[in-house]
Design a protein around this ligand. Sequence first.
Ligand code: BGC
Length: 418
Amino acid sequence: MTGRFPFVDRPRLWGTALSHYQVEGGDVCDWTEWERAGKTRGEPCGDAVDSWRRYESDADLARAAGANAFRFSVSWSRVEPREGELDEAALARYRALAEHLRRIDLEPCVTLLHYTHPLWFHERTPWTSPASVDRFGRFAARVAEAFQGLVRFWVPLNEPFVFLLGGFLDGQIPPGLSDTRVLRRVFDHLLAAHAAAANAIRERIPEAAVGVAHNMMAFAPERPKKFLDSLLVNIADRCYNRAIVEAFATGRWDFLIPPATRIRGRRDDLPKSLDVFGVNFYSRLHLRCPGVTRFIGDFNYRDASGYGLTDNGWEVVPEAFPALLDEAAAAGFPLVITENGLADEHDRLRPMFLERHAAALARDDVHGYFHWSLLDNYEWLDGYDPKFGLYAVDRNTMARTARPSVETFRRLGASFLR
Ligand code: BGC
């Protein structure tokens, strides 16, 4: 381990997370095309919640909620709208945000790939091609130059596994492929891109701590006595949760994507490319095999734990959090919760959700927590219906209003940071 993380002067981080496309507005990228092609269910992103112009006052809201850290992402399509051409004004905009964060004493945490890509990317250097690695490394280098002296916590990739499945197996998100033959190559290139970005960042910012934000999901057999349901749970846990943990721990991976795609590979520089392991945790899926709708299995949310489902139908299951943190900790890196939250417009469940998940943070290897999200925002395929914000946003006036759980967040933060 490199010892770059936790930061000596700020051993614990308490913050909020958001991503560029979901809040900024007016960003033209592959996702905009996806909306235009009718591949999303909700309203298109449009102006989002106008954070491109309001970032500083949004950051002030995080500060007012007791945060000492702020996770955001940089839009590749804004920074490099045409291959090889940088938009200096976009970089300057992000730099101004990072300066503001420093001014109000929030530790910036920067993500470089949060699902969206520049329009040229999938055509010219798609993730199936090794050129993707070089392009992403170059983008990381430019952003690191812009943030020198300001940002030391970096997350090159948000949820690489979700992106792999959604973009190349289910075809639900851009580039929308459904091709088991490319999975192995894309996985390899994503991990290589992470390592290339880590190198580019550390060359420019030697004190940088590099992480990954890995979505971890709890799985349970729908019918506990059925062998096949339990078997599917094991396979899902191994591939969805553990493959990435093992890849970063050992530089090797070997797992099965059901029903029969074996993904195997090796990258010796991977363990050294990481300083901190980020966990995004939301919910639990109940698996049934064979499925009623899909032969290999059904994946359903159910209110098995009895707290009530979130507005978008997800189970609230804080009891599952500690075991997933143990799985993540097996990689041997310090942990940060890079996302955790729920869609809950009326704040019925959020205060309790925050309390119960915060209870799982009382362990020596957890050094930070970022709540998803600061604001209600654009929720990808579902448009603006799910409300994930500590602050509600009225999209007509763009006014931000604190939900009662801001107080819970502040109180829990004060005790976590003590
Ligand atoms: C993603 C966010 C998303 C959230 C809620 C996470 O997996 O990183 O972009 O808004 O889930 O669905």
